[in-house]
Design a binder for this molecule. Sequence first.
Ligand code: SF4
Length: 380
Amino acid sequence: MIMKYYIKTFGCQQNVSDSQRIRSAFSAREMEETDDYRDADYVMINTCMVRQSAENRIAGLVNNLAKIKALKRKKKQILKIIVTGCMVGLAKRDTSGKYSKIMHERLPEVDEFVPIEEFGYDLSPVRSDTKNAWLPISNGCNNFCSYCTVPYSRGEEISRPYEDIVKEALKLKREGYTHITLLGQNVNSYGSDLIQKGSYPDIKPVFVKHLGKKRIPTLFPFLLSEIAQMGFESVNFMSSNPWDFSEALINVIARHKNITRVIHLPVQSGDSNVLKRMNRWYTDQEYLQLVSNIRREIPDAKFTTDIVVGFCGETDEEFNNTVRLCKKVKFQKAYISMYSPRYGTTAYKTIKDDIAYIVKKKRWCILENLINKPNLKKAV
Ligand code: SF4
């Protein structure tokens, strides 16, 4: 009898892309995918913990699966629940063991916790879309924004070898993919670790601003330019960080018409004091200057962004500065979230989550009405 598996992916495109490699691991064992978890013998949950709501939904799903598992057990059938992704990553890296305990207590019916690293990059992703391909170029993050769990859940930034990415992109082109998206928590700093290890002495790196003081070398403009010349109809990338979006990168985008003109540039807040508390290394003015530099070279550039409202201590005036910045940039879309403390982060450990839910919700609505609602109407 052929075993069936079901994969549930929470969170960002990086997780979606990771799940494509997980699918490959199941297929290699000659298992069949099902889109109904009640039919599955194995359920893999690829977790996200960017927000508390995602963790709550994961716990709810495991709870439902536990009931199905009990029914199946009575019929002498199996249901294995396996969990991977950010929750397992954080549990592995939290040396105090506290998060592992929390995770096991919240998800008692899980049979196995597998770190995502175990799937590696040797597996060819099984993509369901035949035109659009996600191509991961790096994993992890070294930036430690004070509210963000990624540096803990995914670990330090590790870039995939340049040649491997180029090879995979060429293969995608041969297979008929027309749209490609390069993925990483911070694509701009791609290759920084490889250069520091001395892996690419022949490529002259581009130096970008980092930490507001130091400069780090990166290979991203070279990689993006090389992939843009392969003949894809469109080349996208996400996510970028404002503080290391270099002039060289702007020039590469300007030169290649098939590179996206919709640039995702997370601002998170439009107030310099909040940005400082978030450990984001730019001011509101530097962000606006970057937007203007990009528009100067790429006049048809449009911007999307991420914003966190109600971050610790955010005053009305600080929030109003975010509203002002949004009005100036005229974002095409914003992914707006209400701050919730994430285990292990600096904000979780050191700053009080002191903004009432009702205030967060009001601020969320103001930005949603300002940015997303009018754009939604235009699109209809
Ligand atoms: S840059 Fe900041 S928000 Fe983005 S993944 Fe890294 S720590 Fe998180």
